[in-house]
Each structure stands twice: as C-alpha cells, then as structure tokens.
Design a protein around this ligand. Structure first.
Ligand code: SAM
Length: 367
C-alpha cells in the first residue's frame, strides 16, 4: 500500500479509478488517486497539464458510458465530478447499479446560492502549522472542512487538501520548482473575488499567518474591500521546527529571549534588530538557506562568537526531516557539504546543545 493511503485509509494501490470530469475537483481527485498508487482512467474534454504524462493515467476525451464500468479491467472507484449535476447523478446511478464505489461531487455552491443571493462570503486566514496534518488547530481544521474555496501555499499541511470534498475549489498559489509563485496582489484579489461571490474562503498558510507570512497584508486588503477576516493562529515553524529536534528556543540557565527574523537577504536588513537583542538571545532565522554564509558573517561581525552553536532544521515535522549541527563560522561550509535545502529553520545559540544534553541523560539513565 502506498504511504498513507487515500480517504479513510483506502488502499488504492494498482486499483482502477474512473474519474469523470475535467474541472479543478476532478483534477485534484485524479492527482490524489495517482499519488495513492491507483491507475486512473480520466474522461474529460482536456487533460490538465499537471496530470498529463503522469504514470498510471489514461485519458480519453469521451463522455461517460455505463459500459466503462463493465470492461475487463474492473473499475474499483468512480469520481463523478463534471460539475453538471445531471451528468454526475447519471454516473453515480450507473456506479451504484454496477456495485462500484462512487464519490459524487456536491453541487457547486455558486449554483446552490443563486443569483438573487447577495451574501458576501467570509475569509479565514488559517495558520496550518509546520506541515504535519495533525498540527493544525481544531478551529483551523473545522473552517477548512466548511470552506468553499481554499487558497493554499506550498508549505503547511497540504496533505489535508486531499480530504476536502470534491466541490471545494483549491487555488494553489505556492512556489514550485518549475513555476513562479503567484504575485501577492493576485492572491489578495482571489480572496476578495471569491468572497464577493458569496463563498467562504480559507486562506491556508504554513505556520502562523502573522509570522513572516504576509497575513497582515491579506487581512488589510480584504478589510479595504469590506470583507471580514477571521484570523486563526497557527503553530509557527519558528518555534515548532526547532522543537521537532528537541531544541527549545528559551531554556532556563541559557536564555530567556529569542528573536525571529527573515534571513532571506542575509542578516543585513534584520541586523539592527539582531544587534539590539541580548547577546544570549536565541536567533531563529527563517528563509535563511540561500544567504546563510552572508548571514553568519554578519552575525560574527555584529559580535556573536564564531563558535556559537547553530542547528539547521530542514523539513520540520515532514517526511525527510533532517538536522545539521554546526557553528557560525562553519555554517555555510557544512550546509553546502550536507546539501541543505529550503525549507529550513536556522537556530543560533547555546539552546542548540540541549538535545545533546537530553541524549546524554537518557543514555545515562539506561546504562
Ligand atoms: C514565508 S516563511 C513563512 C513562515 C510561517 N508563517 C510560519 O509561521 O512558520 C517560510 C519559511 O518558514 C520556514 N519553514 C516553514 N515551515 C517549515 C518546515 N516545516 N520546516 C522547516 N522550515 C520551515 C522556512 O524558513 C521557510 O523558508
């Protein structure tokens, strides 16, 4: 069985799934089934570029025919997601008649609300936490389950998107290897546009929306257009990613303070704040991989000892989590040698040694 399975833990490995429809819901379901190891037969006028060429996908530009359910290769699950309730009903009925599981998309909320309904939707800025699906808050998960539209980033609990009902529109504005991120003003416009159509929008963000996440800008933009925004705090990577490897950002006897800064362009722009911080304060640097050498040099120039312990925690709470332990003077060289990649949180300060202390204590207690 592929890692994690599909909805309700269904094992789709090598099973045939028929997806009827070419819209966002169908594309998402087809992608999730392929991710779960299924073979997918997609009936749609066009194939989405994100699906084209994927292993296990067969595409036919043909309408649904009940005979599709009784071919020699047994269909195990059907997704009826054309967006047309009559067609989806017919597909669902045929699946039921053939004794095949069927997930039928709910009618689109726009249609359900009708033209005369002037209701303005709501926008919730939901902090999704650092990436593990069970590190979102209960309130965040509830709003996600009720959303008509989810505007999502690359970071955060993206696995939860596969659990959304088929009618939910998912707008991915994250940065991917082969394409640029969606500009912030376009994200802002999407939030306002969907809310004006009467839809309830969740803007799902990694970590906490108000920690280096541009959540404040999104809230102000919505407010300027008369749209109420609910902010749901999230577990920020600034604290939780160090914690994933046992590093506390404050620790009695070491420091009572920590500073969180973006190190996107070296410590330069944040240097005043970092210089004003107590010398024992833990520094937690986000977006710090690319400019790590410059940042470390800036910090030494600002008075931090070259031997100050540093931990670089990549992909905290996600598959592939890894920590590289080093010092300020060696950080860039060691990161290069280890092939460190974003996303990562860089922690600078004596707190980095706490997990080693814990390991020694554990070893001592079992000796
Ligand atoms: C644009 S900032 C957003 C921070 C987010 N608002 C928060 O509170 O965590 C993105 C940066 O957060 C850090 N980050 C977020 N999630 C992470 C994770 N799971 N593991 C490591 N770093 C992460 C990385 O430094 C990444 O470049």
């Amino acid at each position: 069985m592929s890692a994690g399975g599909y909805r309700l833990g269904l094992d789709l490995t090598d099973r045939l799934v028929l997806v009827v429809g070419g819209g966002p819901a169908a594309v998402r379901e087809a992608g999730a089934c392929l991710d779960a190891g299924a073979r997918v037969l997609l009936l749609a006028p066009e194939v989405d570029p994100g699906l084209a060429g994927r292993d296990g996908l067969t595409w036919r530009a043909a309408p649904f025919d009940p005979a599709d359910l009784s071919g020699p290769d047994r269909v195990w699950l059907v997704h009826a997601a054309t967006g047309d309730p009559t067609t989806d009903d017919a597909v669902a009925r045929a699946a039921e008649g053939a004794g095949v599981w069927c997930v039928r998309a709910k009618p689109q909320p726009q249609a359900a609300r009708g033209h005369g309904d002037e209701r303005v939707g709501r926008v919730a800025l939901v902090g999704g936490g650092p990436g593990a699906p069970d590190l979102i808050t209960v309130r965040g998960a509830r709003l996600l389950a009720q959303a008509d539209v989810v505007v999502t980033d690359r970071l955060g609990p993206v696995d939860l998107l596969a659990e959304l009902p088929a009618h939910v529109e998912v707008v991915d504005v994250g940065k991917h290897r082969d394409r640029h991120p969606v500009p912030q003003d376009q994200i802002n416009e999407t939030l306002v546009d969907r809310a004006r159509r009467g839809l309830d929008v969740v803007r799902l963000k990694g970590g906490d929306p108000f920690v280096l996440g541009r959540g404040g800008e999104e809230a102000l933009h919505c407010a300027a257009h008369g749209i109420a925004v609910e902010v749901v705090p999230g577990i920020t990577s600034a604290i939780s990613v160090p914690a994933a490897v046992g590093i506390p950002v404050t620790h009695r006897g070491i420091t009572t303070s920590f500073v969180v800064a973006s190190a996107h362009e070296g410590a330069g722009p944040s240097l005043d704040g970092l210089r004003d911080a107590p010398q024992d304060a833990t520094l937690v640097l986000l977006m710090g991989v690319t400019a790590l050498g410059r940042t470390a040099a800036d910090l030494v120039a600002a008075g931090r000892a070259p031997g100050t312990p540093v931990a670089i925690v990549e992909r905290g709470w996600m598959p592939g989590q890894r920590v590289t332990r080093t010092t300020l003077s060696r950080a860039a060289v060691d990161a290069e040698a280890e092939g460190v990649r974003a996303p990562a949180v860089v922690v600078v300060g004596e707190v980095v040694t706490v997990p080693e202390q814990a390991a020694r204590l554990l070893a001592g207690s079992t000796a």
